[in-house]
Design a protein around this ligand. Sequence first.
Ligand SMILES: [Zn+2]
Length: 156
Amino acid sequence: MKIGIGYDVHRLQEGRKLILGGVEVPHSKGLYGHSDGDVLTHAIVDAILGALGRGDIGRHFPDTSEEYKDIYSIKLLERVVEYMDSEGYSIGNLDCIIAAQKPKLAPYIEDMEKLIAKTLKTEVGNVNIKATTTEKLGFEGREEGISSQAVVLLNN
Ligand SMILES: [Zn+2]
């Protein structure tokens, strides 16, 4: 077994779509980034790369590369799943947190879990996504940004 952890933060900005776990969530602001700014998917990518001992998202998908400009981050996750497959590992389980004051994410969590599970080639029961506010504290609470954490267990 191998365990990995991922953490990511993106700034909220007007005029951007809000994409979380590959799912578009209606909101007045979206996450700024070189890619689509999908903070949850980036945390998952980092957790899997961490478990495999292969560095981090910036090393594999540099934000200086035109190739990744505005890319749908699920495509980055697909790439990391290929590394995982090639090393003979599969998902044991994945647990994630999204910290956002707004919008309410509960109605979209199930769609995120289904899409992430499909991308990871695992059963939806192995993927758990939680959303929390930060009680209006910190940058998430002030709606300046959204953070996400992920922990993954890989089986050989
Ligand atoms: Zn990111």
